[in-house]
Design a protein around this ligand. Sequence first.
Ligand SMILES: Cc1cc2nc3c(=O)[nH]c(=O)nc-3n(C[C@H](O)[C@H](O)[C@H](O)COP(=O)(O)OP(=O)(O)OC[C@H]3O[C@@H](n4cnc5c(N)ncnc54)[C@H](O)[C@@H]3O)c2cc1C
Length: 304
Amino acid sequence: MSVTADQQAQIDAARGSPRQTLRAVSDGIEQHLYRVHPVLDHGFVRVIDYMGDDSAICQAARVSYGRGTRSVQNDEGLIRYLMRHWHSTPFEMCEIKLHVKLPVFVARQWIRHRTANVNEYSARYSILDREFYVPDPSALAAQSTTNNQGRGAVLEGDRAQRVLDILRQDADRAYDHYEEMLDENGLNLARELARMNLPASIYTQWYWKTDLHNLFHFLRLRADPHAQMEIRAYADSVCAIVADWVPAAWSAFRDYRLGGTTLSARGMDCLHRMLRGEGVTQETSGMSAGEWREFSAVWMKDTA
Ligand SMILES: Cc1cc2nc3c(=O)[nH]c(=O)nc-3n(C[C@H](O)[C@H](O)[C@H](O)COP(=O)(O)OP(=O)(O)OC[C@H]3O[C@@H](n4cnc5c(N)ncnc54)[C@H](O)[C@@H]3O)c2cc1C
């Protein structure tokens, strides 16, 4: 269960008392407000609040372009133009506030994104729940042999079972000790100290607020296939929300950033030579083996 009965009651109450407003409303994201989107085994993402929609981006952009500029008048076209030319400030006019429940090791990656406002559950003040992330067996993989930061083949049979046993037993043992240290009639250790031995798989929660420009930056890095699967699961969930919130901005982001690529000057030179019919190889490209592999993956994507 990712939300408590209390949280569910709050969600029901919030959804049960809609109000009229003069503010810009995005119908697409209204359906997500307060709803729980489960992620991993006990985690979730839910939208607490938002500001702006696709029109808010265009409204802000037109302040800089003025009324005389008609060439980029169409909203969708304007948003694509802004995204293409890295004119990013209009995207900062939209904001979103999320409530996220996530394992601590995922939170450590997430918190590196500094351009957001965060308020986290306090384990000095409150007692953490006995909730630990245990990967689905399909996500238990060996260390990659080609990527130091990645996974290789999925673990099978006894090896997978042994890993699951270790994860569950260690987490339970650590939590039993946590409770023992907290016991007011026993060791009565302060909460801020008793939490020290808890593993990074334990769940924490926070409110996270950011603007659309910085959210796109976060999603470009964390919804990327190179991101760790666990944080990618959260990023994918947020992507689905953003697609409903600001469909035109999402479409431009997906086209130019998520699905697009950048080429170095050397890469451009190789591409020009190849288009002229030259058989460019890594040796004649001037690129390192890793660079060449990544470059080749871009233009060989559909021919592989
Ligand atoms: C696949 C992957 C692997 C990673 N591996 C590691 C790792 O091994 N070790 C590690 O420590 N981190 C690692 N990171 C984290 C990474 O280095 C960044 O810290 C993280 O992605 C946040 O990016 P950011 O700083 O651009 O984002 P934000 O903090 O949201 O900042 C957004 C932008 O604002 C600007 N900005 C924000 N703060 C400052 C500042 N103080 N000074 C100047 N400009 C600023 C920058 O332009 C920045 O790009 C990894 C990230 C990814 C995606």
